[in-house]
Design a protein around this ligand. Structure first.
Ligand SMILES: CC(C)(COP(=O)(O)OP(=O)(O)OC[C@H]1O[C@@H](n2cnc3c(N)ncnc32)[C@H](O)[C@@H]1OP(=O)(O)O)[C@@H](O)C(=O)NCCC(=O)NCCS
Length: 160
């Protein structure tokens, strides 16, 4: 289920952001003590920020946000999809199901808008997920000491 973040998700957010495995291709995790200190009690809520809930507990996060500034001109001003799941929830298809549902929501709210996605090419699980969701390559580029992939999902054209 996709829902808004709630105060009871705090421990899962800390775990997600402190996990070295989750951040292997994202520049490394944040220190646990810093997260414990600085994470707000009630997470910020905004349209496009979803907690993925499985059986009443948070297993991940899906974000759709407009990149006002982006290091690639092709992505500037477009809405960007991001996803982070706790490693124990990997390998079951939950990320694909949750992202597809978030994109469906987005198509209803802003019909006709493209969505972009940036990920390291070495992040095989993320690359597979992007392909499954219908993202196709715009370009590859080098940043943060790694090859990055910029993909775009073209807007769904309403059938007549
Ligand atoms: C990227 C990430 C979300 C992918 O998670 P994931 O669980 O591998 O992704 P999916 O939901 O697509 O599940 C894939 C696997 O579940 C398995 N699976 C089981 N049942 C399934 C089902 N009903 N439908 C789809 N897949 C299923 C398959 O083995 C599938 O592997 P495949 O793609 O090789 O076929 C996860 O690795 C992650 O959180 N990584 C850290 C954060 C990150 O790097 N984010 C990218 C930054 S944008």
């Amino acid at each position: 289920m996709l829902r808004e973040p709630e105060a009871r998700d705090r421990a899962a957010f800390v775990e997600l952001l402190a996990s070295p495995k989750v951040h292997t291709y994202l520049g490394g995790p944040r220190p646990l003590d810093e997260l414990e200190r600085e994470m707000p009690g009630v997470p910020e809520r905004w349209p496009g920020s979803f907690v993925v809930d499985f059986d009443g507990a948070m297993i991940g996060q899906v974000l759709l946000r407009r990149a006002t500034e982006h290091r690639r001109p092709a992505a500037a001003g477009k809405v960007d999809l991001g996803y982070l799941f706790l490693p124990r929830a990997w390998g079951y298809g939950y990320a694909a199901e949750a992202c597809a549902a978030a994109l469906d929501w987005f198509d209803g709210v802003l019909p006709g808008e493209p969505v972009v996605l940036a990920t390291q090419t070495a992040n095989v699980r993320s690359m597979r997920l992007a392909a499954k969701l219908g993202f196709t390559e715009v370009e590859r580029f080098h940043a943060w000491d790694a090859e990055q992939w910029l993909g775009q999902r073209s807007p769904v054209t309403p059938s007549a």
